[in-house]
Design a protein around this ligand. Sequence first.
Ligand SMILES: C[S@@+](CC[C@H](N)C(=O)[O-])C[C@H]1O[C@@H](n2cnc3c(N)ncnc32)[C@H](O)[C@@H]1O
Length: 259
Amino acid sequence: MTVKQDKNFDNLSVRFRKNIYSTAKGRIRLNILWRDLLENIPNIEQGGLDILDAGAGQGHFSLMLAEKNHHLTLSDISGEMLEQARSLFSEQRPNSDVRFIHASVQNLDKHIDKTYHLVLFHAVLEWLAEPEKTLKEMLQFIKPGGYLSLMFYSRTGLIYQNLIRGNFSYVLNDTLSGKGKTLTPTNPQNPDDVYAWLKKENLNVITKSGVRVFYDGIHRERRKDINEDELFELERRFSRIEPYCSLARYIHVLCQKIE
Ligand SMILES: C[S@@+](CC[C@H](N)C(=O)[O-])C[C@H]1O[C@@H](n2cnc3c(N)ncnc32)[C@H](O)[C@@H]1O
C-alpha cells in the first residue's frame, strides 16, 4: 500500500502517552537508546553537545539529555505533541537550554542554520510517505564526524509478531500497515532497505540494537508481575544478539557521518 502523507500525531497524542511512555514499552525504549548513546558517543555523559531531536514528539528521550545539560532543539510536525514536550520540560527541567520548532523535517532548513553533534530520528521513519528521501534531507543537519541516532519500526518484527499471534490473514494479504488512526505505523520499514540507505549516504554504522526483542510476546496478565530490572537486563542482553535483534519491534542504529 502506498503511503500518501506523513502522519501528524495531533490526533494520537493522548493515546501515544498512555500506551507508550506510561508503560514498560516506553521505558525499554529509553533504556536501550540511553545505553547505546552512553557507550558510543564521547561527552554524552558530560553534556554540552548540540543535539537536534527531529520528530521529537513529547520529548521524553530529550528530557534525559537535558538532565546532562546538552543544548537541545526539538522539532515536530504536530503542534499538540510539541506542546506536550514543552509542558514536560517546563515541569521537569525548566532551566534547560531548549528550543522548540513546530515544523516538518522537510521544512527544518527554513528554521535552522547550524549543524549538530547528534541528530535523533526516533520512531519517525515508519510514519513517512518518503522515508528514504526525508532521511537524506535530515543528514544536512549533522556535523562531519557527528552522529545519527535512528530508531525505526521493523517490518520483520511486525510480521513475526503477527505470525506468533495467529493473525495469518494480515500476513497473507499484506495488510500489516496501520491506516493512521492507531499507533500501528503506516509505513513499517524493511531493515535491509534502511541499512542500504545508510551505506549509500556514507554513514558508518557503529552499533545496532533491537528494541523490545521479546517483551511484546509476554502475555498481558504475566506482564503485570514482571520485575522491570530483570526485564531491562534481559532486553539489553539480547538486543545485540542475532536472531533476537532482527526480530525486535524496533531497530536502533547509531551511525557516524564520515568526515
Ligand atoms: C511515534 S512518534 C515518535 C516521537 C519521539 N521521537 C519518540 O520516540 O518518542 C512520531 C512523531 O513524528 C512526527 N512526524 C511525523 N512526520 C513528521 C515530519 N515529516 N516531520 C516532523 N515530524 C514528523 C509525528 O507528529 C510524531 O510526533
